[in-house]
Design a protein around this ligand. Structure first.
Ligand code: HEM
Ligand code: HEM
Ligand code: SF4
Ligand code: SF4
Length: 307
């Protein structure tokens, strides 16, 4: 039996997509049953109260989280995001419910053993609710109380060899694609670069020196799998250094609609997009206008290509 009735939240389970409400209900139940005999260090029913306070927000049409307040671990100016509930009498389980940002490894490589240790720690000292990974890149551990922060930090740094990530006006945890560790398109070693930047800028990562956050994100090639341009202040995108090589035969087959060279490599081929317009769809999109197609030959003025 759920601690709080949640008719509004229940609607969020009705659509076709996986629902965070279902996940939170499941987690509330796991904590209530506690089959693994965890000695919970924060209220056992905190996830029930999390659902409860969110339901109340839907009812009132406004949030019941007070924003911020500075809370953290000794010596660091970031990595913990303070959250306090403005209804502590109704929802004591989430009176404080801070987020911890944990520095994810370059390329997000883990052993299953490490992941088990991490979730075990978070069941013990936090809500057990995680976000792997937050949109910003870090491992996000959602919901613990102030006294648990130093305890979690100690275990992470001393026993797990893991650090907190950035938040607030810190440099944020650098984030990358897996790069040449697995991807054939990588033009440089993104993982090595993230490792280097993380070490080089330790101070900035942990102590807020800027008036606002600052982010590095690294893509191994212009496919931009981590969307570094949209997501960071300084993006690194791998590119090639020699002149662009052109397979004129393939270009012509593409232009002539040869079945072996479908537009967009065959994606979206179910619809009729009209005749291919080389000028409009390719040449005129070049920012430096350094491409032309004449006498069945594609020409690129490499010196003016700004890739
Ligand atoms: C239980 C409720 C909440 C959850 C589960 C939650 C979750 C998160 C997550 C996962 C992130 C990391 C974002 C990322 O993926 O990059 C984040 C960051 C953040 N959230 Fe929330 N959030 C909650 C409530 C709120 C509320 C009520 C506010 C503001 C009114 C808020 C403001 C922020 C801000 C400003 C950050 C960035 C913090 C920083 O830059 O240091 N959050 N939150
Ligand atoms: C549909 C609208 C929005 C979408 C899809 C969106 C999406 C995102 C995403 C994906 C990030 C993470 C960026 C990263 O990779 O590091 C982010 C960060 C953030 N957004 Fe939004 N956002 C939206 C609207 C807003 C609005 C309206 C606000 C403020 C009023 C806001 C405040 C923030 C803040 C403070 C952060 C920084 C969190 C951090 O540093 O981790 N966003 N948002
Ligand atoms: S950005 Fe490029 S190198 Fe990185 S994973 Fe994507 S395709 Fe591979
Ligand atoms: S600048 Fe270079 S890469 Fe960019 S569209 Fe023009 S030719 Fe292509």
């Amino acid at each position: 039996m759920a601690k709080h009735e949640t008719p509004f939240l229940d609607q969020l389970e009705s659509g076709p997509w996986p629902s965070f409400v279902s996940d939170l209900k499941q987690q509330a139940e796991v904590r209530a049953k506690n089959e693994e005999g965890v000695e919970f260090q924060i209220p056992q029913d905190c996830v029930d109260d999390l659902l409860g306070v969110l339901e109340l927000s839907y009812k009132h049409g406004r949030t019941h989280w007070k924003h911020g307040g500075i809370v953290g671990v000794f010596g660091y100016g970031g990595g913990v995001i303070g959250r306090y509930c403005d209804q502590p009498e109704l929802f004591p389980g989430v009176e404080h419910f801070h987020t911890m940002r944990v520095n994810q490894p370059a390329g997000k490589y883990y052993t299953t053993d490490y992941l088990r240790k991490l979730t075990k720690l978070w069941d013990f000292r936090g809500s057990g609710v995680t976000n792997m990974h937050g949109a910003t890149g870090d491992i996000i551990l959602l919901g613990t109380t102030t006294p648990q922060l130093e305890e979690v930090f100690w275990t992470l740094t001393h026993d797990y060899g893991q650090d907190l990530g950035g938040s607030g006006s810190n440099l944020r945890t650098p984030a990358d694609c897996l790069g040449q560790s697995r991807c054939e398109y990588a033009c440089y070693d993104t993982n090595a670069m993230v490792h280097f930047l993380t070490n080089e800028y330790q101070d900035e990562l942990h102590r807020p020196a800027f008036p606002y956050k600052f982010k590095f994100k690294l893509d191994g090639c212009p496919n931009c799998c981590v969307a570094s341009i949209a997501r960071s202040d300084m993006s690194f995108i791998g590119t090639w250094r020699d002149n662009i090589r052109i397979d004129q035969d393939a270009v012509n087959k593409y232009v002539e609609n040869d079945a072996a060279y479908p537009a967009n490599a065959g994606a979206h081929k179910g619809r009729d997009w009209g005749p291919f317009d080389l000028e409009k769809e390719v040449l005129s999109l070049c920012p430096t206008k350094c491409m032309k197609f004449e006498n069945k030959k594609l020409f690129i003025d490499d010196a003016n290509c700004t890739r």
